[in-house]
Write a protein that binds this ligand. Sequence first.
Ligand SMILES: Cc1cc2nc3c(=O)[nH]c(=O)nc-3n(C[C@H](O)[C@H](O)[C@H](O)COP(=O)(O)OP(=O)(O)OC[C@H]3O[C@@H](n4cnc5c(N)ncnc54)[C@H](O)[C@@H]3O)c2cc1C
Length: 383
Amino acid sequence: MHHSHYDVIVLGVGGMGSAACHHLARRGKRVLGIERFDIPHAMGSSHGVTRIIRQAYYEHPSYVPLLRRSYALWRELETGFGEQLLHVTGSVDAGAPDDEVFTGSYDSCRLHDIPHEVFSSAELAARYPGYHLPSDHLALYQPDGGFVLSERAIVAHVVAAQAAGAEIHARERVLDWDASSDTVRVETDHGSYETNSLVITTGAWIGQHVPELAEVAVPERQVLAWLQPQNPEDFVPEHFPVFNLQVPEGRYYGLPIFGVPGFKFGRYGHLGGTANPDDLDREATPADETLLRSFAERYFPTGAGPTMALRACLFTNTPDGHFILDRHPAYPNVILASPCSGHGYKFCPVIGEILADLAVEDETKHDISLFRLDRSRKQLGAE
Ligand SMILES: Cc1cc2nc3c(=O)[nH]c(=O)nc-3n(C[C@H](O)[C@H](O)[C@H](O)COP(=O)(O)OP(=O)(O)OC[C@H]3O[C@@H](n4cnc5c(N)ncnc54)[C@H](O)[C@@H]3O)c2cc1C
């Protein structure tokens, strides 16, 4: 049975939208989640089996309280779902001694009393033989880091949302919304709906649905590589912590073998430029592969065997790399979420909780001041 009036409609049921549907439905709200593609799918930002989760956070120490809540909610979700979604491997954040990937991670651990160890690159290689970092690099090791199964987690959030009464429509495309009266109207290619509050979690498409975000939440094409290691035992979750690594060629991230028979990694920024999610080259090219292989051959030489998979994906970047999580500037009952810039997935459940707070409560107990839309508009490049 389809109701045409809802307490909350969530546009886009990917990583963030699925979590929002769950957190709204468990509060007893009448929720509709509308997704343009399948649930899950490989057209947006959340596919490719795994996503890094870590407590050491060089991006900004104020993410740490949200991470702690996220870890607890991931454990709660997987218990209800009956499948492990969070795998702990430890995490490595490494770079030159004065590089922010190392120093920022170190500072976040010190500030928030997060257990950690510091290794030279030789000590790291002795403990984790897959790693061959430049000899002057330092690595911050944090034992709670690991990865989350991103597509399974979307399924888990949707299953939990449906069990709590949410209605979820896949293969239905949102065309427009209008919040000029007290009730928000949503038009799709299947029909029209009304809602008290609207949550917009359309990922790389958010600039199409919220023109105010088009300049400050900008899609970028990324490519993930999975290569077969010569010594697979050095690249299994038990022996290979997830990493963020700043080297002269750029900033890279990587994960152990899981789900695809290869160790997985990618480069922040990849080949650069901006992307149109409706006209994206989703097929990896030789240039993509060459860029990624040269990194692995240099820093993970025993991991750089035959290519097992290459997959294109989308980041949605803000100029300062922090999320957007706020009410619409003109319509307080419309909530905007662009938690990406390449590091948002690990926060899905806590962002679902925050979006539910903003949609149906006056405020959230979480500190989201870093994510306000009106934070230095200059910094966001909008002036
Ligand atoms: C290659 C890659 C690696 C990453 N690695 C990490 C990592 O290791 N750790 C980490 O924490 N984060 C990582 N991230 C970032 C993280 O994956 C994103 O922050 C997260 O997936 C964003 O989720 P989302 O819900 O905003 O987007 P999505 O999951 O893409 O969801 C948006 C949804 O909106 C739907 N939609 C769009 N338009 C419409 C419409 N008109 N009607 C209906 N539905 C619509 C889309 O189909 C989509 O399902 C990575 C991202 C990429 C691309």
